[in-house]
Design a protein around this ligand. Structure first.
Ligand code: PEP
Length: 258
């Protein structure tokens, strides 16, 4: 039995236009319904591209789906001269309840550093969006044996100065960069090692009660065939799924991991 409500989150990345998004969400919802999915037991959320969010909102609201959804990114600012950015207020208005922050592809491709990630978490909190903070090391750091230190520094930098009350909906995903989209999955022991390390750091920084309330996900080539063993770790509360979330049946199977 899980202490915390598990979360299976699907990061679509830059895939699926708003027409395809409707088909995917419908198929996902039907497949989960057929399987008798209990959303109260296992939360399921999807992170489509910005341009899909209006369609997803219409579908979720119209069909009263229990599916949660959010954006893959958020502006640190609330409005103004920030061409190309999308603020948290707009996301909240579209029914988003969660937002990815600090995904490794944002850190790498868009050179997002700790300060920007911190500001994006602040923006999410201002608009009542649950930040899903992504952390994790690259291959070189892993091979140097520095993965725990590196990952905990990312967590600390991202959360600096926020109170545990502000962070009551925080979710953290540990995603070793070398396992994202590569087919290489960290072993269940790796997922548990980092989840345990993050939880104990949260206990030091805040309180054991707060640490026990935060959901910690694993991400990196999660599939229906490996999800159960990954979620075996007592500190691992779910998965952030990229590639496999684009296939409704496969993603539904992941959500039905038990
Ligand atoms: C991700 O994008 O967060 C991810 C884990 O991708 P994948 O499942 O494709 O490795």
């Amino acid at each position: 039995a899980f202490v915390r409500r598990p979360l299976i989150a699907g990061n679509w990345k830059m895939n699926m236009d708003h027409i395809q998004a409707i088909a995917l969400v419908q198929k996902l919802a039907w497949t989960l319904e057929d399987a008798g999915h209990d959303y109260d037991r296992v939360e399921v959320s999807v992170f489509p591209p910005f341009t899909d969010l209006r369609s997803v909102q219409t579908l979720v609201a119209g069909d009263k789906l229990s599916l949660a959804y959010g954006a893959q990114d958020i502006s640190p600012e609330d409005s103004g001269a920030y061409t190309g950015d999308v603020p948290g207020g707009f996301l909240a208005k579209l029914g988003c309840t969660q937002v990815l922050v600090g995904h490794s592809e944002r850190r790498e491709v868009h050179h997002e550093g700790d300060d920007v990630i911190h500001a994006k978490i602040a923006a999410a909190l201002r608009h009542g969006l649950a930040p899903l903070l992504c952390v994790g090391e690259g291959l070189e750091v892993r091979e140097a044996g520095e993965h725990v230190t590196h990952t905990l520094l990312q967590v600390e930098a991202a959360l600096k100065g926020f109170t545990s009350e502000q962070l009551s909906n925080l979710v953290i995903a540990y995603e070793p960069v070398w396992a994202i989209g590569t087919g290489k999955t960290a072993g269940p022991e790796d997922a548990q090692e980092l989840a345990q390390a993050i939880r104990s750091r949260l206990a030091d920084l805040y309180s054991p009660a707060f640490a026990d309330s935060v959901r910690l996900l694993y991400g990196g080539s999660v599939k229906s065939s490996n999800v159960a063993s990954i979620l075996d770790g007592s500190d691992v509360d779910g998965a952030l799924v990229g590639g496999a979330s684009l296939d409704a049946e496969e993603f539904a199977k992941i959500a039905q991991f038990e």
